[in-house]
Write a protein that binds this ligand. Structure first.
Ligand SMILES: *[C@@H]1O[C@H](CO)[C@@H](O)[C@H](O)[C@H]1NC(C)=O
Ligand SMILES: *[C@@H]1O[C@H](CO)[C@@H](O)[C@H](O)[C@H]1NC(C)=O
Ligand SMILES: *[C@@H]1O[C@H](CO)[C@@H](O)[C@H](O)[C@H]1NC(C)=O
Ligand SMILES: *[C@@H]1O[C@H](CO)[C@@H](O)[C@H](O)[C@H]1NC(C)=O
Ligand SMILES: *[C@@H]1O[C@H](CO)[C@@H](O)[C@H](O)[C@H]1NC(C)=O
Ligand SMILES: *[C@@H]1O[C@H](CO)[C@@H](O)[C@H](O)[C@H]1NC(C)=O
Ligand SMILES: *[C@@H]1O[C@H](CO)[C@@H](O)[C@H](O)[C@H]1NC(C)=O
Length: 839
C-alpha cells in the first residue's frame, strides 16, 4: 500500500449509447487521521406530543378479515451497484472510494390505488444519497413502455434515504458528479433498472387492503448540526417547539384484507451520516440497518435469509437538512474542546477540518447500529398500535417549476424571483458530519480575494459560456457565491434549473415530495401550511409528512432567516434567499388541485432535458484479473482459526477478482454456511447481513498520499476535460508550509506595487508558484485489449452473533474473474471448517 498508480487512459466506447469516456488517474484514499473523543451529553427532556391513537394491539390476535379501502402493493429490489473503485455519494470526498460491502442497498416501493382503480400513486424510497433527475426520467420511460400512461412523472415519487455510503455517479448535472469523475454507468443503470423492478413487483402484488397511520417519538435519535442558524428563526416560532430537530416518526402500515401484514413505511428526519467519510464499505447506514431489523422481525416460515423477506419495511427521509445522527455533537478532535459555534472551526488559524461530530457509539458501526435501533424501537411501538385507518380519495399533483426564476410574493406585496443556482463559500467548508476544504469555514458572508480570483479567472473563463452579471451575485446575498453553477454550462450543466414540485394524497395522509434537504424549521413551516390548506379544502384531521431528497437533487432549503447565517445549509440553498418562499407558495397553491382532484388542470410546466447521452465518465473499467503462479482464484491466503466463541470475528482471505465484473444483484458475494449433516451445508448469513463484511484490495485503489476534497475534484474535472491544471497539491503544500497563506499572500501581493490588473497579477503569481499550469500533459491512448491484469485479494469477516448455535461452519466466497479477452468466469472459494462454541 502507499503507492500511487497513474493510469493515463483515454478510451471512448462507441458501443455505449452514451458518450462514456474513461481516463485520468485513480483517485484513492486517505483515511482521515482523527481521534475519537467522546463526552457525555445531558439527559434530554422527552416531550410526548399528542398521539394519533394509543390502542395497543395484542400481538397474538390475528386480525379479522375485513374489506379494505384501497388496492395496495409493496416491492423491494436490490440496487447495490458497484462496490469497489467508485466514489461514494454524500460527503463529496474524492478520497472516499468503495472497497467492499457491509449492507446491500434496496429500492422499496409502495403503490396505492382507490378501490375503483381510478387514481393511483407510487412512492419509492431508495437506499442512496438522494434521488436523481436522470434516474426518474429513465424509470418513467421504462414504466410507460410497459404500462402505458398508468405510471408517469406526476404520480411516481422517488426519494433517497440519504445514506452517505452508497455509490456515486448517477446524476445528469456535473457538480455532484465531480468527485466520482463524472457519471458511472454501472451505478446509473443499476438504480434505473432496480427502481423500475421494485415498482413492477409492487404492481404485480396489488391486492385489496387497509392502511393505517401512526406516530411516536424517537428518543435521542438526532441532533441539530447548525444550531446557530436555527437561532436565527424567530423566537416566537421556536417557542412552539421543545426541540431544534423533529423527534416524531410517522408510519404508514400496509395490511392486506385477509389481515396479513405486508409492509410499513416510515418518515423520520436524520442524516445518513452515521458512517463517516473514513468508511469504504458500501452501506445503507442507519435507515437501511433499521429496515433490515424490521424485515427480519417480520420473517415468515421459509424466509431465512436477509434481503429475501416478503415484508417490506422502509425508513424514508424527511426534513433532515440540519439534522445529524451524531448525537454527542461536534468537538475539536485534537484538543477535546468545543468548536466555534457559528463557524465550526478549531484552532488558530481557524480551520474546519478538526471539528467533527461524534456518537452515540464507540465507533461508526456502533453509532449506526444505535441510531438504527432507536428508529427500529419506535417503529415497533407505532406498528403495534392500531393507528388511524386511512379513508378517502387517492390523489397526486405535480408541476415542473423553473426554480432559477420562480416568482415569490413578499409580505410587503412586492414580487421578487429566485436566483440562478449558485454555491456559497461555506458549501466548501462542509459540515461537522464531514468537514470540508482548505481555509473555508461555515458562516462565511464574504468571499476572499484568492477564491474570487480562482472563480473569475479559472472557473468562469473555462466552464461558463457567459460570465455571471453583477445582479446574479447580488441576487444571492448575503451568500458570497463561490461556484456560479447557474452559469457553469460546459461541457454540460453543472446544476439543475427545473425541479419537480409534487404531492401525493392517500385519504388523510399527504406526502410532500421535495427536491432537496429542507431544514427542521423549513419543513415544519411547509407541513403546517399544507395541513391548513388541506383542512380548508375539506380534509379532516390531515396527517402531513415531508419526503426529502425526492425526484431531483437541489441541495438544501433553509428558512430565509437561516439563510442569513450562511452555515453550510444556507450556503447550499442554491436558488438564493427566496428559495424557501418559492417552494412554500408553489406547494400551498397546489393543495386545492390535489384535494379536489383537479390535478389535471395544473399545467405541466417546463420539462427538464434528458442529457444522459452527454455524460462524461472518467472512471476506468475494471481490469482483467490474475493470480500468482500455482494459485487459483478462490484459493485461501489466510485461513480461519479452528474455533470461535460468540462475539469473536472469524476472518479469511482469498485470491480474488474485481467484484465489478458481477454485481450479484439479489444474490451474494459470500455465505456463512453451517454443516447440517455429513454432506450438506446450509447458508445462514449472506453479504447484506450486519455480521458480515466483504472487502476487496488490489493494492492500488485504496491508497493515496494526497488529501482531496470537492474543490480539488472540480479542478480534476476541469483538467481532464479542458487541459487546464490548478495544482492544488502544490497549493496545499505551500499552504501547509505556511509560505502561502492563501488569502493573505495575495493581499500582500496586491499591496506591493503598481496594480494595473490585480487579477492577472494574481494569476501570474499563482503560475510562478507552480499552482497553475495551462498546458497540462496530454493523455495516452490505451485500448481495452492492452489493459493490465491485476492481482487482488478478498477478505471476509464474520462477527459470530451472540445467539449463534454451536456447530461446524465455513465461509464461502463467490467470485467472478475476467480474462484479457473479456470473458467473465465464476469461481468459488471456501475457508476451512471451524467450530462455533455458543456462549
Ligand atoms: C410488537 O408486536 C410484536 C408481535 O407482533 C412483538 O413481538 C413485539 O414485542 C411488540 N413490540 C412492542 C414494542 O410492543
Ligand atoms: C386497474 O386498471 C388498469 C388499467 O388502468 C388495469 O390494467 C388493471 O388490471 C386494473 N387493476 C384492477 C385490480 O382492477
Ligand atoms: C470515523 O469513525 C472512526 C470510528 O469508527 C474514527 O476512528 C474516525 O476518526 C472517524 N473519522 C472521521 C473523519 O470522523
Ligand atoms: C383550470 O385552469 C384554468 C387556467 O389555466 C382556470 O381558468 C380554471 O378556472 C381552472 N379550472 C378549475 C376547475 O380549477
Ligand atoms: C486466531 O488465531 C490467531 C493466531 O493463532 C490469534 O492471534 C487470534 O487471536 C485468533 N483469533 C480469534 C478470534 O480467536
Ligand atoms: C433469495 O431467494 C431467491 C429465490 O427465491 C434466490 O435465487 C436468491 O439467491 C436468494 N437471495 C439470497 C441473498 O439468498
Ligand atoms: C442432509 O440434509 C439434507 C437437507 O436437509 C437432506 O436433503 C439430505 O438427505 C441429508 N443427508 C443425509 C445423509 O442425512
Amino acid at each position: 500500500m502507499g503507492k500511487k498508480k497513474e493510469v493515463d487512459t483515454f478510451v471512448s466506447t462507441p458501443s455505449l449509447a452514451c458518450r462514456f469516456v474513461f481516463g485520468f488517474l485513480f483517485l484513492a484514499i486517505l483515511a482521515g487521521a482523527c481521534f475519537f473523543v467522546g463526552y457525555e451529553f445531558g439527559v434530554m427532556d422527552i416531550f410526548s406530543k399528542g398521539k394519533l391513537e394509543d390502542n395497543v394491539v395484542d400481538p397474538d390476535t390475528v386480525p379479522e378479515p375485513t374489506p379494505g379501502n384501497y388496492l395496495i402493493g409493496v416491492g423491494r429490489t436490490d440496487v447495490t451497484g458497484p462496490i469497489v473503485q467508485v466514489n461514494m455519494m454524500g460527503y463529496a470526498n474524492p478520497s472516499q472510494i468503495a472497497q467492499g460491502l457491509h449492507q446491500r442497498l434496496y429500492s422499496r416501493t409502495f403503490i396505492v390505488s382507490d378501490l375503483q382503480n381510478k387514481s393511483r400513486v407510487v412512492f419509492v424510497t431508495v437506499d442512496n444519497g438522494m434521488a436523481s433527475q436522470i434516474v426518474k426520467l429513465e424509470v418513467i420511460k421504462k414504466l410507460q413502455a410497459k404500462y402505458g400512461n398508468m405510471y408517469n412523472e406526476r404520480n411516481v415519487v422517488i426519494s433517497g434515504t440519504h445514506s452517505h455510503s452508497g455509490p456515486a455517479g448517477y446524476f445528469q448535472t456535473l457538480l455532484i458528479e465531480v468527485t466520482s469523475l463524472g457519471a458511472v454507468k454501472e451505478t446509473t443503470d443499476t438504480f434505473i433498472n432496480g427502481i423500475f423492478d421494485s415498482i413492477v413487483k409492487a404492481h404485480s402484488n396489488m391486492r385489496e387492503g387497509k392502511l393505517f397511520v401512526g406516530t411516536d417519538d424517537v428518543v435521542e435519535g438526532n441532533i441539530n448540526r447548525s444550531p446557530s442558524a436555527y437561532l436565527h428563526d424567530p423566537e416566537g416560532e421556536r417557542e412552539k417547539y421543545n426541540f431544534n430537530t423533529e423527534q416524531e416518526m410517522t408510519m404508514l402500515k400496509f395490511q392486506a384484507s385477509n389481515g396479513q401484514p405486508i409492509g410499513a413505511f416510515t418518515w423520520f428526519p436524520v442524516h445518513g451520516t452515521s458512517m463517516n467519510f473514513s468508511n469504504h464499505l458500501i452501506s445503507s447506514d442507519n435507515r437501511g440497518r433499521a429496515s433490515a431489523l424490521f424485515e427480519k422481525m417480520m420473517r415468515k416460515p421459509g424466509e431465512e435469509l436477509s434481503g429475501n423477506e416478503s415484508f417490506v419495511a422502509a425508513f424514508a427521509s424527511a426534513n433532515l437538512g440540519d439534522v445529524s445522527p451524531r448525537t454527542k455533537g461536534p468537538i475539536c478532535v485534537d484538543t477535546g474542546k468545543s468548536c466555534d459555534f457559528a463557524k465550526s472551526t478549531c484552532g488558530v488559524p481557524p480551520r474546519v477540518q478538526k471539528c467533527n461530530g461524534f456518537g452515540p457509539g464507540v465507533d461508526m458501526f456502533d453509532s449506526t447500529d444505535i441510531i438504527a435501533n432507536r428508529q427500529f424501537e419506535t417503529s415497533k411501538l407505532i406498528y403495534n398500535k392500531t393507528g388511524v385507518e386511512l379513508e378517502g380519495s387517492v390523489g397526486w399533483v405535480h408541476q415542473y417549476v423553473d426554480m432559477s426564476k420562480a416568482p415569490v410574493k413578499l409580505d410587503d406585496g412586492t414580487t421578487v424571483t429566485t436566483c440562478k443556482p449558485g454555491m456559497g463559500y461555506s458549501f466548501a467548508a462542509g459540515t461537522t458530519d464531514g468537514p470540508g476544504a482548505f481555509d473555508f469555514t461555515q458562516s462565511m458572508t464574504e468571499g476572499t480575494f484568492l477564491w474570487d480570483t480562482v472563480r473569475d479567472e479559472i472557473i468562469v473563463k473555462v466552464v461558463c459560456s457567459t460570465p455571471p452579471p453583477t445582479e446574479y451575485y447580488d441576487c444571492h446575498r448575503p451568500k458570497p457565491v463561490l461556484l456560479p453553477t447557474g452559469y457553469m454550462d460546459k461541457p454540460y450543466a453543472w446544476h439543475p434549473h427545473i425541479v419537480d414540485v409534487q404531492m401525493l394524497k392517500i385519504g388523510q395522509l399527504i406526502i410532500i415530495a421535495v427536491p432537496g434537504e429542507f431544514t427542521t424549521m423549513a419543513g415544519r413551516r411547509i407541513k403546517d401550511a399544507i395541513a391548513k390548506e388541506a383542512i380548508r379544502f375539506g380534509v379532516h384531521n390531515p396527517k402531513v409528512v415531508l419526503a426529502g431528497l425526492s425526484n431531483v437533487y437541489t441541495h438544501y432549503i433553509t428558512t430565509p432567516e437561516e439563510y442569513e447565517a450562511q452555515r453550510y445549509e444556507g450556503a447550499s440553498t442554491i436558488f438564493g434567499p427566496h428559495t424557501f418562499q418559492a417552494y412554500y407558495q408553489t406547494y400551498s397553491s397546489l393543495v386545492g388541485p390535489l384535494v379536489t382532484a383537479k390535478q389535471d388542470n395544473v399545467s405541466r410546466g417546463p420539462a427538464p432535458d434528458n442529457i444522459l447521452s452527454e455524460q462524461i465518465q472518467l472512471l476506468p473499467p475494471p481490469f482483467p484479473d490474475r493470480v500468482p503462479d500455482g494459485k487459483n482464484f478462490g484459493d485461501v491466503i489466510t485461513d480461519v482459526n479452528s474455533t470461535y466463541k460468540s462475539g469473536e470475528k472469524a476472518t479469511v482471505s482469498f485470491y480474488g477478482a474485481n467484484p465489478r465484473h458481477n454485481m450479484k444483484l439479489g444474490s451474494t458475494y459470500l455465505a456463512v454456511e453451517q454443516l447440517v449433516n455429513k454432506t450438506t451445508w446450509k447458508t445462514v448469513y449472506v453479504d447484506t447481513d450486519w455480521s458480515t463484511i466483504f472487502q476487496w484490495d488490489d493494492g492500488v485503489s485504496g491508497s493515496n498520499a494526497v488529501e482531496r476534497n470537492v474543490i480539488t475534484a472540480i479542478f480534476d474535472i476541469i483538467h481532464s476535460v479542458f487541459d487546464i491544471h490548478f495544482e492544488y497539491e502544490k497549493a496545499m503544500q505551500l499552504y501547509d508550509e505556511g509560505e502561502f497563506q492563501l488569502t493573505e499572500s495575495l493581499n500582500d501581493l496586491i499591496n506591493d506595487g503598481v496594480i494595473i490588473n490585480r487579477r492577472s497579477r494574481a494569476i501570474q503569481d499563482l503560475t510562478r508558484l507552480g499552482v497553475l499550469r495551462f498546458n497540462a500533459d496530454k493523455t495516452n491512448t490505451l485500448s481495452l485489449k492492452e489493459l493490465p491484469t491485476v492481482e487482488s485479494h478478498v477478505t471476509i469477516d464474520w462477527w459470530v452473533p451472540d445467539d449463534q448455535p454451536s456447530g461446524t461452519y465455513r465461509i464461502t466466497y463467490y467470485g467472478d474473474h475476467k480474462d484479457q479477452a473479456g470473458t467473465v468466469t465464476s469461481f468459488v472459494g471456501h475457508s476451512s471448517q471451524f467450530q462455533v462454541q455458543a456462549a
